[in-house]
Design a protein around this ligand. Sequence first.
Ligand code: ATP
Ligand code: MG
Length: 285
Amino acid sequence: MADTLITIEDFSYQYALTDTPALKHLNLEIKAGEYVAVMGACAAGKTSLCLTMNGIIPNMMAGGHTGKVTVAGHDTATTPVRELARTVGMVFDNPEFQLSQVSAREEIALGLENTGVPRDEMLRRIKEVLAIVGLTGYEDRSPLAMSGGQQQRLAIAAALAMYPQVLVLDEPTSNLDPIGKEEVFAVAARLNRERGMTIVIVEHEVEVMAAYADRLVVMANGEIVLNDTPRAVLAQVDKLAEYRTRPPQVTEMAYALTQAGRPAPAEWPVTLEQALSVYPPVEAH
Ligand SMILES: Nc1ncnc2c1ncn2[C@@H]1O[C@H](COP(=O)(O)OP(=O)(O)OP(=O)(O)O)[C@@H](O)[C@H]1O
Ligand SMILES: [Mg+2]
């Protein structure tokens, strides 16, 4: 059994001066090496969930919580956020807001300086993480002169330089064009598959998540309402509609065919590959 990296136990959180909790009685475990996708409508609590994983909630926000979050054995409520940052790397939706330095090198060095990594080790890590995200040779490049996809890969590199065990990505592709999106998805998939990096990603691109994620968590109104394999979650077309989350197109198609009188598939397809095995192409004679 893989180690559990993050455990959320009956955790609720209410931001100061609000009337209702943003997170309600959450229970969730993230295991080492997992790729977990989080989906759900606007204001469902996805970002708040991410912020519980690096201790920003409850440590750096005004508000009240009940329950407990444990990250690599540390209770987040009693562990400094800078300590948790060694375990959990975070990347947000807008790369421009995360990047503040004049060059890629300095962007990555920033977090390392704050944790007292020696200069030689810093230079070694900068080279290493730029290679991981496919930005070798970009040391001196200004983030402002990069495409959105490159900027977001640089933000990922900066997070990776701290050697975290988990990378939490909150809608990392929502401000990117299709090529930038693909670049970020490819980096996350490679980190997970080749390096065993644990990935938690809030993402609306359901077709992509159906293919990459080991597990899919759907949130609605501050609760975790579905938590299973993508295939088990995305087959629940009616429930997804209730939670305002769209299933993959192939799942919708299978569902429509079934409603039109075709026999229901034994297992609902959520990727194109699965759809082709449920509805095999007609052989040419
Ligand atoms: N800093 C804050 N102060 C007060 N309320 C907040 C704060 N951040 C979020 N909220 C509220 O908490 C609830 C959950 O918000 P959250 O940002 O976690 O949702 P989300 O699923 O990430 O939404 P989105 O899809 O818009 O990113 C919302 O009702 C939101 O208004
Ligand atoms: Mg959000």
